[in-house]
Design a protein around this ligand. Structure first.
Ligand code: HEM
Length: 320
């Protein structure tokens, strides 16, 4: 009887473990080791060419991964074009006329599928790897990317509008937005360091440079000439005025000089924990590298689809 009940227990435990493995498989860096060992090299190659052609593309690809993960998890949903049955994320406020790099993702997907002999690598994983490669190519730190995400079969404009942070957000809103994704104050400051590269459009920072700002005029006047009080909405300025295309800690030095471009950048100085982190990162670049890479892994782990969930898209812009 004892042997019987022990056997039943063992079967139950094994069944539970199997079910858990099927429904919530873990991501793993070696996910494509057998199915497509050349995948990461192929992605790096296409990203390198794209960034060599246009350094800003590294920033755009990094941002795409962030915008993917913050809306229903890292599931490639940001890449889907609108369909008659859903309004996708591309038309949400934060993405419309702003997120870029979709053609590069298409190129990567074509190259990877050709190398793997079929659609083995998900679009969500391509975004995660392209983000890492972009940071490295622009002089930033590297990290091991977890893999095995699958692609969503839907996307939501409403979810994107609700989840992607606004550049007008104050520190309380930023903290609660990041907390809702399992990211803490330190993660918020470390990840905002991504604004050490890339550009922002006038429409996103106009309020910062006109409404009674206390910015140094030497910094303010060139910004105001490129971003007039009315018009010129899509004129751009570097998010990091000191070293716009190099992934470093100058972003934090800028904040301490009141030279953050977006209101949400400068707002990091309004919280106790966040302003302490800004000071730490501006002083100790190694600390920023450690925290940024750790936070990128956390970002990439937000609610992935795994196992038999979702699909591996043939074309990143549409479901199979
Ligand atoms: C903390 C909240 C954040 C807000 C409110 C925010 C907002 C923005 C805005 C408004 C732009 C300019 C877009 C444009 O002008 O078209 C931008 C650019 C950018 N963001 Fe963020 N962002 C945030 C966090 C992040 C995070 C966590 C990352 C990545 C880990 C990131 C990466 C970037 C990059 C690299 C660019 C430049 C893109 C390019 O040049 O194409 N941002 N962000």
């Amino acid at each position: 009887m004892a042997i019987f009940s022990r056997t039943v227990k063992m079967i139950l435990v094994m069944g539970f473990l199997l079910a858990t493995a099927v429904t919530c498989q873990q991501l793993s860096p070696s996910f494509y080791r057998n199915s497509c060992p050349q995948a990461l090299a192929v992605i790096r190659n296409v990203v390198s060419k794209a960034v060599a052609e246009e350094p800003r593309m590294g920033a755009s690809l990094l941002r795409l991964h962030f915008h993917d993960c913050f809306v229903n998890g890292c599931d490639g949903s940001v890449l889907l074009d609108d369909t008659p049955t859903f309004s996708g994320e591309k038309s949400a406020h934060a993405n419309m006329g702003s997120t870029r790099g979709f053609d590069v993702i298409d190129k990567i997907k074509t190259a990877v599928d050709a190398a793997c002999g079929g659609a083995i690598v998900s679009c969500a994983d391509i975004l995660a790897v392209a983000a890492r490669d972009s940071v490295v190519l622009l002089g930033g730190p590297s990290w091991t990317v977890q893999l095995g995400r699958r692609d969503s079969r839907t996307a939501s404009k409403d979810a994107a509008n609700h989840n992607l942070p606004s550049p007008a957000a104050d520190i309380a809103v930023l903290l609660s937005n990041f907390q809702s994704k399992g990211l803490d104050a330190q993660d918020l400051v470390a990840l905002s360091g991504a604004h050490t590269i890339g550009l922002a459009q006038c429409r996103f920072f106009r309020n910062r440079i006109y409404n009674g700002t206390s910015m140094n005029p030497l910094f303010l006047s060139p910004l105001q000439s490129s971003c007039p009080a009315a018009g010129g909405d899509d004129n751009t300025a570097p998010l990091d005025v000191l070293t716009p295309m190099s992934f470093d800690t100058a972003y934090y030095a800028n904040l301490l000089l009141n030279r953050g471009l977006l209101p949400s950048d400068q707002a990091l100085l309004d919280g106790d924990l966040t302003s302490r982190a800004v000071r730490q990162y501006s002083l100790v670049p190694l600390l920023f590298s450690v925290d940024f890479t750790r936070a990128m892994v956390k970002l990439g782990n937000i609610s992935p689809l795994t196992g038999t969930e979702g699909e591996i898209r043939q074309n990143c812009r549409k479901i199979n």
